[in-house]
Design a protein around this ligand. Sequence first.
Ligand code: NI
Length: 169
Amino acid sequence: MIYPIVKFGDPVLDKPAAEVTSFDDDLKKLIEDMFESMYAARGVGLAAPQIGLSKRIAVVDVTFKENPDDKLVLINPVIVNKEGRQRGSEGCLSIPEFREDVTRAKIVTVRAQDLTGKFFEHTGEDLLARAFLHETDHLNGKLYISHVSALKRDLIKRKIKKMVKAGEW
Ligand code: NI
């Protein structure tokens, strides 16, 4: 099932998501649907609040179906280490049509649970590091525009307001 993507302005994107405690078949199905929804939206990462579900789940595939090993499921993820710095363009399925440069750590280690509830750690560099940070932010009710200057953020918000008024958001 493909879920519609929730856009900026929906309060579900602004609140911390709830811990996942039950690792059952419903969760498996939800993860499948999240990948399907992410691919349909042409994204490389998706957090559950973006489909309106306030749960600490994110899916990531930074090579977009190219390499099965790049398909990652992060349940209750926590960033445990950050190193270096990278600056690069970042976007979000919930803020379509906008992109901004964001400074992030270059190497990031995330600790999370898999579909069975087992804990694991994964270290990513560059785009994967960025995805870990971006998706974990989502689960904490934070969007990437919180990392850009207030000036740029206000400009984006003003443009979105206009689009909302015009029925284009
Ligand atoms: Ni996003």
